[in-house]
Design a protein around this ligand. Structure first.
Ligand code: 3PG
Length: 213
């Protein structure tokens, strides 16, 4: 296992689910991160899918010390840099490009990049990446697909995301090559918009009790 993977696993600290967040209003970042942390999900991924994502990362990172704020949907080195300057402790990308790899090599911040096919996974492995996001998990073949990779490519770990909820999370978490899953189900858009933080905390608590093997 490479040292940045070890650092990322230390940050995740056995957390089975990483909330994948799309924050439309930066004012929601702090109460949302606090609610998720109260529910036991300290590591969160704020995706760059809205114009307010960088500000949301900045606020959550500065004002919620109990949260471990990561940035997601990072597509290029510029976004990697913006997110790390805003305080992101880890970076998630749906895929892996040579430019992102080079940026990550020059940074202390761990990168969790995406890969799906055996060829993509082998290329990532050759580049020294041994912990990957598997996205979009359900659409790409789901838990049976990942299970089939565990034997031929046994030394790569995954965080599947995309189409995962409390209903199928355990199918993934029970696989030997899955460390954790990611998903937006713990912070539904509507609950966030309506500021229903206690309900989000309850969803997080349930998710935090899912077991990874
Ligand atoms: C991601 O970026 O990880 C996914 O879009 C999350 O997918 P979900 O909304 O289906 O959980």
């Amino acid at each position: 296992m490479n040292s940045k993977t070890r650092a990322l696993l230390t940050l995740l600290d056995g957390q089975p689910v990483i909330p994948v967040l799309k924050i439309d209003n930066a004012n929601d970042a702090v109460p949302l991160a606090r609610a998720l942390a109260r529910g036991g999900l300290r590591a969160i991924e704020i995706t760059l899918r809205t114009g307010h994502a960088i500000e949301a990362i900045r606020r959550a990172a500065a004002e919620v010390p109990e949260a471990i704020v990561g940035a997601g949907t990072i597509l290029n080195p510029r976004q990697f840099e913006e997110a790390s300057n805003a305080g992101a402790k880890f970076i998630v990308s749906p895929g892996l490009t040579p430019a992102l790899l080079a940026e990550a090599a020059g940074s202390e911040i761990p990168l969790l990049p995406g890969a799906i096919t055996p060829g993509e996974i082998m290329a990532a492995r050759d580049a020294g990446v041994d912990f990957l996001k598997f996205f979009p998990a359900e659409q790409a073949g789901g838990a049976p697909f990942l299970k089939a990779l565990a034997s031929p490519i046994a030394d790569v770990m995954f965080c599947p995301t995309g189409g995962i909820s409390e209903k199928n999370a355990t199918d993934y978490l029970s696989l030997p090559n899955v460390v954790c899953v990611g998903g937006s189900w713990v912070a539904p858009d509507r609950m966030v918009k309506e500021g229903r933080w206690n309900e989000i905390e309850a969803l997080a608590r349930e998710a935090s009790r899912l077991k990874n093997s």
